[in-house]
Design a protein around this ligand. Structure first.
Ligand code: FES
Length: 165
């Protein structure tokens, strides 16, 4: 194989799909230990790390696929499935817990028809739980993207979600 030539896991069919990934791989070609920045930039470019992208990275960087999965599953910043346009982080920390965080989570799950950790079928929302987002005075709290919503009640959840639909 010529220097700089990319290996393809699909005999070249993925060449267009992964043209952005080719650029990322090229940028880090001479950089040692570049797996994590390659994965970060790939996720930024594609939204998540799909199976074919991981195989493509493995082949091009000569790293076993199993090793890449080890890294991806270790760091919570990496996602193996598509994420929603809006990321909801509902706090389940102590201050929020005593003020009814479980009921807020239930209202979100009922409204979105998904469980915590899942993404809606239309890719509008991903629902995650977190332990304290540093706004305990406003408990119970959730964040939608960069917006903080505090003093929540189950009744106002659907109105909040409508703003992001
Ligand atoms: S416990 Fe929920 S914001 Fe701190």
């Amino acid at each position: 194989m010529e220097k700089g030539e990319q290996k393809h896991c699909c005999g070249g069919k993925c060449i267009n799909k992964f043209s952005q990934l080719d650029q990322i791989l090229e940028k880090y070609r001479e950089v040692k230990g570049a797996l994590i920045p390659v994965l970060q930039e790939t996720q930024n470019a594609y939204g998540y790390l799909e199976k074919e992208a991981i195989q493509y990275i493995a082949q091009n960087m000569n790293i076993p696929v199993s090793q890449i999965y080890g890294v991806v599953t270790f760091y919570s910043q990496f996602h193996l499935n598509p994420r929603g346009k809006n990321i909801i982080r509902v706090c389940q920390g102590t201050a929020c817990h005593v003020r009814g965080a479980k009921l807020i989570l239930k209202a979100l799950e009922d409204n979105l028809k998904i469980s915590a950790g899942q993404t809606t079928g239309d890719l509008k929302f991903t629902l995650e739980t977190v332990a304290c987002i540093g706004a305990c005075g406003l408990a119970p709290v959730m964040m939608v993207n960069d917006d903080t919503h505090g003093r929540l009640t189950p009744e106002i959840i659907s109105d909040i979600l409508k703003k992001y639909s």
